[in-house]
Write a protein that binds this ligand. Structure first.
Ligand SMILES: [Zn+2]
Length: 243
């Protein structure tokens, strides 16, 4: 095989490996953001449960204050009952007192309901606190995993870049220029394998004479359709079962 062609094949493999690892490394910020978002959602649920509990406690304190006012009002009305002069006034005052007592019962019912809601909310807060604690531990572990992976990928990028540069340094300048020109315009893939008289990247069918020349791998030949540098590799031998 033409020595430069052989170097270009190795260069392409090194480039492809490097690009794959760089693409994996580029995913890391998104993975970190997803972990942060998942933890923020858990924190949001805990905050929500705590707000529910605090809101219930506030409502209960308001009902209790209202109840005290209503009880004071009832005492005042009962005191005034002694001072009324007529039956009509007396009936009217009793009516007022009944009204206040209805309100008192309503407030007492609300306080009971808030107490019950408060107990449930307290249980929910405990549950969310436990769940958040677990989520935090999970988050720490997963984040550590992502960081370790990122470090390993960075090491690989450094190693693969050095490999790629070492191979590139063995390629004559003109051939390397051609490689880079084609790679730039063809998504980073400058070298294509030929099998069954076909460019395996763009799948154009090659003329028979070109194919015959290519099979010798003696020259640097570009695909007539995609411009990639072509090389021939015999298909793996197929085992035919004896009848
Ligand atoms: Zn092609």
């Amino acid at each position: 095989m033409n020595a430069d062609l052989e170097r270009l094949i190795r260069l392409q493999r090194a480039e492809t490996d490097l690009r794959r690892v760089e693409a994996e490394l580029a995913e890391v910020p998104r993975q970190r953001a997803e972990l942060e978002a998942a933890l923020a959602a858990e924190r949001g649920r805990l905050d929500g449960a705590r707000q529910e509990l605090a809101g219930g406690q506030k409502a209960r304190r308001q009902h209790e204050a209202d109840l005290q006012d209503l009880e004071a009002k009832r005492s005042r009305f009962k005191g005034q009952l002694m001072d009324v002069k007529t039956n009509k006034e007396y009936t009217a005052m009793l009516h007022e007192i009944e009204g206040v007592e209805r309100e008192i019962r309503a407030r007492e019912d609300q306080i009971l309901a808030e107490m019950e809601r408060g107990e449930n909310a307290a249980v929910e807060v405990k549950r969310e606190e436990e769940s958040f604690k677990q989520a935090e531990e999970r988050h720490r572990t997963e984040l550590r995993g992502v960081d370790e992976r990122a470090r390993a990928l960075e090491d690989q990028v450094r190693r693969l870049t050095a490999d790629r540069d070492a191979i590139a340094s063995t390629v004559p300048a003109g051939v390397l220029d051609l490689f880079h020109r084609v790679a730039r315009s063809r998504g980073g893939v400058a070298v294509a394998q030929v099998q069954d008289a076909m460019c395996q990247v763009c799948h154009v069918k090659l003329r028979l004479q070109l194919y015959a020349d290519l099979k010798r791998n003696e020259e640097i030949v570009q695909c007539p359709a995609c411009n990639r540098i072509l090389y021939y590799e015999a298909p793996p031998p197929t085992v035919v079962a004896e009848p």
